[in-house]
Design a protein around this ligand. Sequence first.
Ligand code: CP
Length: 291
Amino acid sequence: MKNLLSMNDLEINEIEMILDRALELQQKASSSLKKQFTVANLFFEPSTRTKLSFEMAERKLGLHVLSFEAGTSSTIKGESLYDTVRTLEAIGVDAVVIRHEKDQFYEELLSGLNLAIINAGDGTGQHPSQCLLDLYTIKQEFGKFEGIKVTIVGDISHSRVAKSNALALKKLGAHVTFLCPPEWQGEFHSISKWEKVLPTTDVIMLLRVQHERHITTSSYTREAYHDQYGLTQARYDQLKETAIIMHPAPFNRDVEIASELVESDKSRIFKQMHNGVFVRMAILESVLEER
Ligand code: CP
């Protein structure tokens, strides 16, 4: 794998290769990297999990990690993304992990640069490393994707997590249903209702309401959204015994999910974060080992 840009680019065998390698790494296999590589994490949008999880993965692989702070970098003086990344390449960086508010920011980096590019979230486009850790968590739970019923709930049209997961899960044979306010449906169909999905779904994948991406103010108060689209205790009680709850986080407590359910028996939210380190190790290995 040269870069990781979009789940569109990964074949089923490549997804499985990353998940299998993440499992080996979680079971304490050592890194297969022969050379000492240097990576930099360029986050132009806020992040806690993705940034620190990549940094943890990089340190576990024994990589050199260069610090980069968007707010004190020369991007503030107007330097373009291409010129910033070209500069990092010139000083010896082998891979960059980038989160950027622009959809498909990576397009301008695909010619003229030889370092590896890992997309850590592009605007409302894709979030492939989150998707791969979600897939890993689902496989860990159910051992397969074929026939697994996943319901993605919430702010779908603004969510790169929803787009990456819908694409990959369908490719892998899962049944994907959506539950969302009509104005946040985007290009997705199969919009369902709680009463239909609760008794049948295997995975409830909740999404954060992304106020920062809404052009107009949301018409939902916190309480109104929670009542209509949030996972309440009453809804939780109707889930299958084996069902699990996922959320990429950060979560708005008592909006997408009742606060007391965040660490409930069916919640895999912190498990997702834990798994993310090993999945990101496998991604980094994959883009660096051919270099
Ligand atoms: N899930 C996720 O992308 O979280 P951060 O925005 O904190 O990285």
